[in-house]
Design a binder for this molecule. Structure first.
Ligand SMILES: Nc1ncnc2c1ncn2[C@@H]1O[C@H](COP(=O)(O)OP(=O)(O)O)[C@@H](O)[C@H]1O
Ligand SMILES: [Mg+2]
Length: 461
């Protein structure tokens, strides 16, 4: 623009153009959506621009198809925009302090606007005109204030107002409403025209800011996913290493255990040598058990699903643990509601489940106690069976309950913390679930497994 032309422009036109120019500079350097909307409304309500006395901004939520109130600013709270950058007015941009933002946000009017939500398809003629038809609206023309169905704009402004769409590319992303409630001054067509130009830029700026935030969110979740993947890979590598080490240790351990067993038999009872050999035998047994658990946890389970009779599996476990029950003075009981209950599963893995639970209960009752297992049909879901393992071992401290199924969580000096992790994995592989809680005297583990639908003849189980 040369000097001669600028002299021909009226003062007000020049200041509007400057405002638009400064706004586009501002837009390029403001990415935070929150700040941007404060800048937009402050620019058009501030006394230096002398355009409107009050402004409201609504954004469209595409998912819910609702117009949502974001901000309202009136001149009293708009303050003056800080001009930052160079002294050249065309290269400068605006800024707004956090204090003013907080002040604008806390006004009663702003709180009211932020609670406003209008469904775009609600039939409101104003919303239709702005959002769907994308044309500006001057309240005198639209008869909006007379609309009896209105519960949207009338509670906010009770005089004449103007509204323009916020458009970005082919999308209407919201709208700006302005009015002059203090002076009751009519909104001039020049000002409305300026508002439309301004809203076009504002729409693009808001859309850019939303896109930028979306990219940033996507970036963060990508980074998070990458870290989790790396962590998972690292854990998998550690698991593989543990499995290899466990495998390598197994053979020499069997040899050591074998020779220690021979020494035990060769040395007379009561001698020191006999006691040493005894210690080696029992420690080797403990290590073998630990290695077996590590191998069971780290190897990929290969399941062989057949029809399994739960009663037989549990009885089998009881007979395997008979000496432990005797040694620990533990009384056991097994109650089976329906003897022909059958689940489709891997018998070996299901046995592992009950053995682990039974041995944990034994560990919890070193001075003796009761262990009761029940198998019954689920009354609430007839397609499943519920197995409860109940002991009188004092239970699990409440704060530990959420952790007991985590691998390596143990409270025992010689525990691996893998028993319940293995149990959990097997139950999940059988499309079931497991839960632990404290009863009156001890812990209750409840396992739910899907039942085989049809009745299975006994000889097939
Ligand atoms: N029946 C139970 N009574 C009390 N605590 C239990 C019982 N079963 C499991 N726990 C607790 O859960 C922890 C984890 O069990 P588990 O995964 O089998 O590992 P580990 O037996 O090697 O410690 C145990 O260390 C114990 O603290
Ligand atoms: Mg255990």
């Amino acid at each position: 623009m040369n000097n001669q032309e600028s002299q021909q422009l009226p003062e007000s036109r020049l200041s509007e153009l400057t405002l638009l120019y400064q706004f586009s500079n501002t837009m390029l350097s403001t990415i935070r959506l929150n700040k941007l909307i404060h800048l937009i409304l402050t620019a058009i309500t501030t006394s230096s621009s002398n355009l409107f006395e009050r402004a409201f901004l609504f954004l469209r939520n595409e998912k819910s198809n609702v117009l949502q109130g974001m901000l309202a600013v009136n001149r009293q709270y708009s303050g003056d925009l800080e001009i930052v950058g160079t002294s050249d007015v065309l290269e400068s941009r605006w800024d707004i302090g956090d204090e003013i933002i907080a002040r604008q946000r806390s006004t009663e009017l702003c709180l009211k606007v932020r609670l406003t939500r209008v469904e775009i398809d609600s039939g409101c003629p104003l919303v239709k005109q702005i959002i769907n038809d994308r044309s500006l609206c001057h309240s005198d023309a639209s008869q909006c204030l007379k609309c009896t169905a209105c519960n949207f704009i009338r509670p906010l402004c009770n005089g004449s107002f103007a509204a323009v769409p916020l458009v970005s590319r082919d999308n209407t992303i919201g709208m700006i409403v302005v009015d002059n409630p203090d002076s009751r001054r009519e909104i001039s067509s020049n000002h409305i025209h300026f508002l439309q130009l301004f809203a076009n830029q504002a729409g693009m700026a808001i859309e850019n800011s939303i896109l930028y935030n979306r990219i940033q969110d996507a970036n963060l979740s990508l980074k998070d996913a990458r870290e989790r993947l790396l962590h998972g890979e690292r854990l998998a590598a550690i698991g593989e290493m543990a499995a290899n080490v466990a495998h390598e240790l197994k053979n020499p351990l069997i040899t050591i255990g074998g020779f220690a067993g021979r020494l035990l038999k060769m040395t007379p009872d009561g001698t020191q040598e006999h006691n040493y050999a005894g210690t080696i035998v029992s420690e080797v047994g403990r290590l073998e058990k630990m290695l077996a658990e590590i191998l069971a946890f780290s190897s990929k389970p290969s399941s062989c699903f057949t029809l399994c009779n739960l009663e037989e599996i549990i009885k089998d476990c009881f007979s395997n643990c008979a000496t432990t029950f005797e040694d620990h003075n533990i009384k056991t009981s097994l109650t089976v509601d329906l003897p022909s209950i059958a689940v489709l599963g891997d018998a070996h893995q299901l046995k592992q489940v009950f053995l682990n639970l039974i041995l944990n209960s034994c560990d919890a009752m070193p001075e003796g106690g009761d262990l009761n297992i029940t198998v019954e049909k689920n009354d609430t879901d007839k397609r499943t069976v519920i197995i409860t393992v109940l002991d009188s071992g004092g239970g699990i401290p409440k704060d530990m309950l959420p952790q007991i199924f985590n691998p390596f969580f143990t409270t025992k000096t010689h525990g691996t913390g893998l028993g319940l992790a293995i149990v959990n994995r097997i139950v999940i592989n059988h499309f079931g679930s497991i839960d632990a809680k404290n009863g009156d005297k001890g812990t209750i583990f409840t396992i739910t497994l899907p039942l085989v639908e049809h009745k299975v003849p006994h000889h097939q189980l």
